[in-house]
Design a protein around this ligand. Structure first.
Ligand code: FAD
Length: 447
């Protein structure tokens, strides 16, 4: 555990974003006696989970001047994590039997997640800290403090000074689009999953979905109900891959696309050719901080945000600038909560960070290990296999208990089911004993 000291400072802290990360940050900061303002450009809490049928006018979201729609949630979306391990540790995501409108399933719909986040905000009176419809347009150092410029919905700009800024703006809004040779002369339509909501527009079409991770897998199955054929192209598959997938009679898995041709055909690396109407890019998102001015200290290079100590604190600007929620392929809400406890305790002086030099040494060693393992930069913030170690390290900093046995097992089993039973993992499982363990834990927590 990091050295702790008895001194406690109460700072004036700005949190950017009232999604699951910003809400957790605000709660922990206030618990640590900081005064907090959450800037939220939307009209309600919940961030990504605030579903809207509205999409962006540019279906690939390439136009930097487009009107941005924050959420990437599609209508049919159900969680890809079981609810008991998806929630915050301090506020378990358990079914609400007192309200018939709620979704009690283990892998509930996006509406249930939003309702849960609203419950969380209500329970801890977090909304009173939020300035809705207020977008942060610039964050920059001002002496030892930070100047935030915001713009309210009536177009009024305001400058304010804060002791510290916690960035929680989410990272599923700025699409990454796959490069497909020949695409410029291919005559079909293209959209990114950020702008996918319902399958209806794909009726009777031949659709190629690029990407076979959570969204690619979900969206391709969603479309099979109305489309003529759906073909998934995945770069992680060997080049000979060609497989009819179970669960529907019009869904095929291929290797990556080799080229798109002028005549409307798509050629896969396995040699198969289909005449396609639409390509759906389910190829992920980019970290994007258009408001952040650190004079070039923090950069985003091939989706690696850095330099950051333990993916949270930029060494030269720590502890007054921090980022909650950058890592992916992990227990998001649980991680937000732990990272937030760490930031709040460091800001109050209860937990100390190493010196700037030591933090930089750690970042350099981390990058060296990533490069030695031949991981592309864009995987810098992917946790996956190493998530339990990462979460336990932060838990140790703040004196929180390590990841529970059931939670660690569920993460592993959940990833495995997602990969091997993508059509059934939300409704068929064999780990009831872990659910029981989780609920026993929740009960103990309540007593
Ligand atoms: P967001 O929820 O995106 O919130 C960021 C907030 O910041 C937004 O409210 C936004 O309006 C606000 N904001 C942004 N910029 C500004 C600005 N300049 N000024 C003011 N406000 C600003 N995770 C799971 O745990 N389980 C799942 O099943 C799951 N499914 C997912 C499915 C999809 C399709 C996607 C894309 C992601 C999914 N995730 C899932 C990951 C999910 O993103 C996280 O769980 C989590 O909700 C992200 O929270 P956040 O607070 O970091 O970001």
């Amino acid at each position: 555990m990091a050295p702790a000291c008895s001194r406690t400072n109460s700072l004036h802290v700005a949190v950017i974003g009232a999604g699951a990360a910003g809400l957790a940050a605000a709660r922990e900061l206030r618990r640590e006696t900081h005064s907090v303002i959450i800037f939220e450009r939307g009209t309600q809490v919940g961030g990504l989970w605030v579903y809207t049928p509205q999409t962006e006018p540019d279906p690939l979201s390439l136009d930097p001047n487009r009107t941005v729609v924050h959420s990437s949630v599609y209508d049919s979306l159900r969680t890809n994590l079981p609810r008991e391990c998806m929630g915050y540790r301090d506020f378990p995501f358990v079914p609400r039997n007192d309200d018939a409108s709620r979704d009690p399933r283990r892998y509930p719909s996006h509406r249930e997640v939003l309702a849960y986040l609203q419950d969380f905000a209500r329970e801890f009176k977090l909304e009173e800290m939020v300035r809705f419809e207020t977008e942060v347009v610039c964050v920059e150092p001002e002496g030892q403090k930070w100047k935030i410029q915001s713009r309210s919905s009536d177009g009024i700009f305001k400058d304010e000074i804060f002791d510290s800024v916690v960035v929680c703006n989410g990272h599923y809004t700025e699409p990454r689009v796959a490069h497909v040779p020949g695409i410029d002369s291919w005559p079909g339509k293209q959209i990114h999953s950020h702008n996918y909501r319902v399958p209806d527009p794909f009726k009777d079409q031949v659709v190629v979905v690029i990407g076979n991770f959570a969204s690619g897998s979900d969206i391709s199955r969603d479309i099979t109900g109305v489309a003529k054929e759906v073909h998934i192209a995945s770069r992680s598959n060997p080049s000979e891959t060609y497989q009819k997938l179970p669960g529907s009679n019009n869904l095929w898995l291929h290797s990556m696309i080799e080229s798109a041709r002028k005549d409307g055909s798509i050629v896969f690396q396995n040699g198969k050719v289909v005449q396609a109407d639409t390509i759906v890019h389910c190829t992920g998102y980019k970290y994007h901080f258009p408001f952040l001015n650190t004079n070039g200290y923090i950069t985003v290079d091939d989706n690696c945000v850095g330099p950051l100590y333990k993916r949270v604190f930029p060494p030269a600007l720590a502890p007054t600038l921090s980022f909650i929620g950058l890592p992916w392929m992990t227990l998001q809400f649980f991680m937000f909560e732990l990272q937030s406890k760490w930031v709040a305790a460091v800001l109050s002086g209860r937990v100390m960070l190493p010196s700037e030099d030591k933090m930089m040494e750690d970042v350099t060693a981390f990058y060296a290990k990533r490069d030695a393992n031949k991981l592309p930069k864009r995987y810098t913030h992917k946790l996956g296999e190493c998530q339990v170690d990462y979460l336990n390290w932060i838990a140790d900093q703040v004196g929180a208990p390590p990841v529970e046995h059931w939670r660690a097992k569920e993460v592993h089993g959940g990833h495995l089911r997602l990969a091997t039973q993508s059509d059934t993992f939300r409704d068929k499982w064999d780990d009831d004993h872990l659910i029981l363990e989780a609920y026993e834990d929740f009960l103990r927590q309540k007593l």
